[in-house]
Design a protein around this ligand. Sequence first.
Ligand code: 13P
Ligand code: SF4
Length: 321
Amino acid sequence: QDEKSHYISEIKRLLKERDAVLVAHYYTDPEIQALAEETGGCVSDSLEMARFGSTHPAKTLLVAGVRFMGETAKILSPEKTVLMPTLHAECSLDLGCPIDEFNRFCDEHPDRTVVVYANTSAAVKARADWVVTSSIAVELIEHLDSLGEKIIWAPDRHLGRYVTQQTKADVLCWQGACIVHDEFKTQALQRMKTLYPEAAILVHPESPQAIVDLADAVGSTSQLIQAAKNLPHPQMIVATDRGIFYKMQQAVPDKELLEAPTAGEGATCRSCAHCPWMAMNGLKAIAEGLEHGGSEHEIHVDDALREAALIPLNRMLDFAA
Ligand code: 13P
Ligand code: SF4
């Protein structure tokens, strides 16, 4: 029995023993997504992960993703034990929006409704009026604009610019960025398109403007998988984390999926289309999380923060319903 299958059978045993379910993001490694599917868990975008975790009857959630996803699960289900393979799986958007600075920013613009992306800390969510994920960002900003509200958007500047362009709302943007999506390179993508003239270009809106401008479809992870199905093109050039290829290929088995280029001439690639924090979610770490729990693996959220963050999170889930 090799190491991988040892951990897989350990995880299956521990999931049963602990009355636990595996909730995995599309960007985790294919073997983790496969295991979540096989064991009755879920593989999805951040919105669906939140919904699945809060409605599933299991006592324990093992969240394979990054820390804000575990925190969101705990905020929505305080009675459940929420475990993660590692609590060090961060997100550059979350790290780039510290609560003290964010509080000052909001205090300077008290007339604005505060909308934050799910990729934020519990403290930043607690300060917000609304939480959103990329799958409902445009619709929510459109809705708030129709009510005449002026908006603070945080933390991703590219997604903020994208929703502003789509809605023409009055949006003031925090200047955060995702280190993965920020790396896609325009000229290299244009060259790739000339090599694959029949390919469609699929882009996550955390990518820079020039990349979004080349897209045939722009959307959240789940929307990009849907677009791969709907578009007639035989090939897809995909500008998001390559972890998505596992589910996308299942959805379009006959189409060829190609990674959008991350390193243009002379550029250094820091993340090469795979989130370094998502990559921390290995099989061994999942088995250890389920086995030991405790301070290395269990998510805790301060009660007062939890109660405050629950309000905008529930608004998000109600709006998305
Ligand atoms: P989704 O909400 O599209 O799953 O995106 C989460 C994320 O972290 C994108 O980088
Ligand atoms: Fe955060 Fe980017 Fe990783 Fe998504 S891909 S979790 S936005 S760093």
